[in-house]
Ligand binder design. Structure first.
Ligand SMILES: N[C@@H](CCC(=O)N[C@@H](CS)C(=O)NCC(=O)O)C(=O)O
Length: 216
């Protein structure tokens, strides 16, 4: 299996965690931000990541990828009666949590873009153009200025999860599921570009985060 990704992508991190929890071997293809030709050839034209190539099957969009993996490769990360809760949790993490985690991380991702792309400053420039087209001019600078407020929003969103994890090891019970992978992916993005930030914003989630980081 091949996973096309950007290193900081929370959706790719979610898919990697699912692959690891299923003990599946996979190869990472780190897509250069400024050169998506290999991705486009492999996928028939997609320019977004993550994309999974599983044998002859190409799957785009992370929620479709996790569903594919659960259909094709046991053990399912949406087991039995927990299937509904796992899928709803994934959507919450991909949309509600990601919206805050992404704004918090974006200024730091932008700062690292050149280093992640062979020293090319135009990688950071393209990242900025892509974000400004979607969120408006100056959005990354605005998010940098709102760091305190965004951090507080993230802490508030995660507080109920910390309470749950005081009485059980994983979000839906005794075993890790898709819900854990989806939340973990967002925290991974923050951790990857903002060292020490998780300890400040959600210290009660750290033991769970670190346990999952090592879970293979
Ligand atoms: N709904 C999609 C979202 C994927 C997505 O937004 N990917 C971002 C990276 S995290 C991307 O490819 N952005 C294109 C770009 O920055 O040019 C999924 O779950 O896979």
């Amino acid at each position: 299996m091949k996973l096309f990704q950007f290193a900081y992508s929370p959706y790719a991190a979610k898919v990697r965690k699912c692959l690891e929890l299923k003990h599946l071997a996979y190869e990472i293809v780190e897509v250069p931000y400024l050169d998506r030709r290999e991705l486009m050839v492999a996928t028939g034209g997609s320019v977004h990541v993550p994309v999974l190539v599983d044998g002859r099957t190409v799957v785009t969009d992370s929620a479709r990828i996790t569903a594919w993996l659960d259909q094709q490769h046991a053990p399912s990360l949406r087991p039995g009666a927990l299937a509904g809760a796992a899928v709803v949790f994934e959507q919450w993490a991909d949309q509600i949590l990601e919206d805050v985690a992404f704004r918090l991380s974006a200024p730091h991702v932008e700062e690292r873009m050149a280093a992640l792309n062979g020293g090319r400053p135009d990688a950071a420039a393209l990242y900025r153009i892509v974000k400004e087209r979607k969120f408006g001019a100056g959005c990354i600078d605005a998010w940098r200025a709102q760091r305190g407020e965004l951090g507080a929003r993230l802490s508030t969103l995660l507080e109920p999860l910390a309470a749950t994890l005081e009485s059980q090891p994983y979000l839906l019970g005794a075993q890790p599921t898709l819900a854990d992978a989806a939340v973990w992916g967002n925290l991974y993005m923050i951790d990857a570009v903002m060292a020490g930030e998780l300890a400040r914003l959600c210290p009660r989630l750290l033991p769970w985060y670190q346990r999952l980081a090592g879970a293979k």
